[in-house]
Design a protein around this ligand. Sequence first.
Ligand SMILES: [Fe+2]
Ligand SMILES: [Fe+2]
Length: 159
Amino acid sequence: MMHQPGVHPRTLGYLGRALSLEYSAVQQYMTQAALTEAWGLREAADRFRAETVEEMRHAERIVKRMLGVGVVPNASQLRPVAVADSLVGLLQQDAVLEAEIVALYDEATRFCRSMGEMENAEFFQGLLNDEMAHAEEVDTWLKTLGAGQHQGWNERAYF
Ligand SMILES: [Fe+2]
Ligand SMILES: [Fe+2]
């Protein structure tokens, strides 16, 4: 399979990293759905299950994009699931993952735009918008549980 001329190798790199992160998100949310179900938190389990499907659809969009530019999908960096012993703990891990995905799509969008790859820039922008909404949802959920994103494991007072 020959990749499309005019597509920068770095763009292909972003697509590969994106696929790895989306599959990692699928694995993480799927695990969290199962965990929260086991804890008897049915509403949380339903939300994580819906999230799993959304992340799977993102992976599908990337697979199609990769085929469209002539590369074989090759996600190779599946993350281990970050687990925790409470819903707040799980959501804090999700905030970290979503922030990482947002940063990747932001960088990829800006790179493609700077290279004049407008179609790819628009593709990454669409995913960026979805992931910014996810990050916002996770943050809002944390707040309803009384734990904003600036509170918790990463901001302990030491004195
Ligand atoms: Fe996603
Ligand atoms: Fe997401």
